[in-house]
Design a protein around this ligand. Structure first.
Ligand SMILES: Cc1cc2nc3c(=O)[nH]c(=O)nc-3n(C[C@H](O)[C@H](O)[C@H](O)COP(=O)(O)OP(=O)(O)OC[C@H]3O[C@@H](n4cnc5c(N)ncnc54)[C@H](O)[C@@H]3O)c2cc1C
Length: 464
């Protein structure tokens, strides 16, 4: 599809040629779960019910430690593997990840691998240069695995993976850079072009606002980022950089912009490094419009993962503590309106600029997904072109399956790794996404409905 797209004349003609004849609204109820095994459905229902129980999420880490002491690590590990870990994580070894991805592929879904890493600012072991170098090796292995996983390897296929910048750069440095990026006059010393030049040449970059240790760490971080991007480009894997806290995001965006100047030139074949935009922030719509226009003016391809945002509670707590303005939208409805406006902006960009502009609609929200598919059809954007969808592994499978069956490109964000590495990450994510986990009632209803149908009506799984 992508090689076809690049061969046609105008961006719009490129897209219209691949359109289905008419648009059908997606039906999320219509038996999406019939493709899944009864065991998987039962586990999903049980785990989602457990995760919607606030004490379990609040005291998750303490409960895990307690169960390990009481039951021993073997039994407690087995329980976790059969429940939360089994539901949200692909596994530990490349073979386990491969099996999970093969199963997703039979359902029409694609992998978006994510290496779960959590920096602990107070731990010397998890902030030293050796820790970031270890993460670099994990990222490079993740690129290889992402490349190997899709059935048809090669540049025509879109292999994607998530990249967490703070796995390769310390949050302390990101906070420092953020404070400088926000000041007027910092733009020349900390320009994306200057950072890109340092990445490419490997020459030592001296930034006057940083001390010697910080400059050393910046150089090492730039070199790690360069190695991941270079390897990902060589293996045809696109990097989707995660957005984190507002205290870090300006620095992360600066680093993404530096990578973009090197790797997002259209002759490289579309954007290889994408940024993530969080619709719950007050300034996101304006920033997204500005960045899209700037990329276009600079002759660069532009890739966006659009999310609502995962750090609401902490953002508000920090603003309260510091007595600063809350950077987030005042309520859920305002975030929804912002998401729809950002979606409209990006779909118009895709329709205007064709395959040099890519978008992942990363949401479990049925209304947002429905709106995206409707506007794609109205704007002449094909289902399996520069716009794709993303949901988390083990969450809202009814949305992913409905999209996949209708021919859209759907990715499941897949964390993988050992129990010890992944459980703290999962529990922290669950704490940040409390409202989402409590809101998956509809998924629970659909799971119950399908299980009841199988038990009472004698209905069975539909095999692919
Ligand atoms: C593939 C993928 C990648 C992701 N990557 C990132 C990432 O890089 N960075 C990141 O931050 N998140 C990321 N997320 C998580 C994402 O931001 C959301 O937390 C999650 O997807 C829930 O939003 P939703 O659109 O799916 O659903 P919904 O359940 O409809 O929305 C829930 C979201 O609405 C917002 N919200 C809820 N209550 C309020 C309120 N009172 N006021 C204002 N806003 C409110 C919050 O953002 C909340 O997460 C990713 C998600 C996916 C699927």
């Amino acid at each position: 599809i992508f090689s076809n797209l690049f061969n046609k004349t105008t961006p719009q003609a490129q897209l219209v040629n691949l359109l289905p004849p008419n648009w059908q609204p997606l039906n999320f109820d219509e038996g999406a779960f019939r493709l899944k095994g009864t065991g998987e459905l039962t586990r999903a229902l049980l785990v989602l019910r457990l995760c919607a129980w606030p004490p379990l999420v609040t005291h998750g880490l303490a409960l895990q430690a307690w169960s390990q002491r009481l039951l021993g690590s073997r039994i407690s590990g087995a329980l976790l593997r059969a429940s939360i870990y089994g539901q949200f994580v692909a596994g530990e070894t490349a073979e386990e990840v491969r099996r999970c991805v093969q199963q997703l592929q039979t359902l029409g879904l694609r992998p978006l691998l994510a290496v779960p890493t959590e920096e602990e600012p107070d731990s010397a072991a998890k902030t030293g240069e050796a820790w970031y170098e270890g993460n670099l090796r994990a990222m490079l292995r993740c690129v290889d695995l992402s490349r190997d996983l899709l059935e048809t390897p090669g540049p025509a296929r879109n292999n994607l993976m998530q990249l967490k910048m703070t796995a390769l750069t310390s949050t302390r440095l990101c906070k420092e850079l953020t404070s400088w990026v926000r000041r007027p006059g910092a733009s020349l010393e900390l320009s994306p072009e200057r950072l890109a030049e340092a990445m490419d040449s490997g020459r030592n970059l001296q930034v006057s606002c940083l001390n010697a240790e910080q400059n050393g760490h910046l150089q090492a971080a730039l070199s790690r980022l360069h190695r991941v991007a270079q390897h990902a480009r060589a293996q045809h894997v696109r990097l989707l950089v995660d957005a984190e806290y507002t205290s870090l995001n300006p620095a992360l965006s600066l680093l993404v912009a530096a990578l973009a100047t090197r790797w997002n030139s259209p002759r490289e074949g579309g954007p290889w490094v994408w940024n993530t935009y969080q619709a719950y922030l007050k300034d996101t719509h304006e920033r997204l419009g500005r960045d899209a226009e700037a990329a276009h003016r600079a002759g660069l391809a532009f890739g966006v993962k659009l999310v609502r945002g995962a750090y609401l509670v902490k953002e508000r707590a920090v603003a309260r503590l510091q007595g600063t303005e809350d950077p987030t939208r005042p309520d859920y409805e305002a975030t929804n309106r912002s998401y729809s406006r950002c979606l409209e902006l990006m779909l118009n960009q895709v329709s205007r600029h064709g395959p040099t502009c890519h978008l992942m609609v990363a949401s479990h929200n049925e209304e947002s997904v429905r709106l995206a598919t409707k506007r794609m059809w109205e704007l002449g954007i094909p289902p399996d072109g520069p716009v794709c969808f993303g949901q988390l592994l083990g969450m809202c499978d009814h949305v992913s399956l409905a999209l996949g069956q209708a021919g859209y490109a759907v990715y499941k964000s897949i964390p993988y790794g050992s129990l010890e590495e992944v459980i703290p990450y999962l529990i922290r994510r669950a704490q940040e996404n409390r409202s989402v986990l409590q809101g998956v009632r509809r998924e629970q209803e659909l799971l119950t409905q399908e299980l009841r149908r199988r038990l009472l009506g004698g209905g069975r799984r539909v095999r692919h």
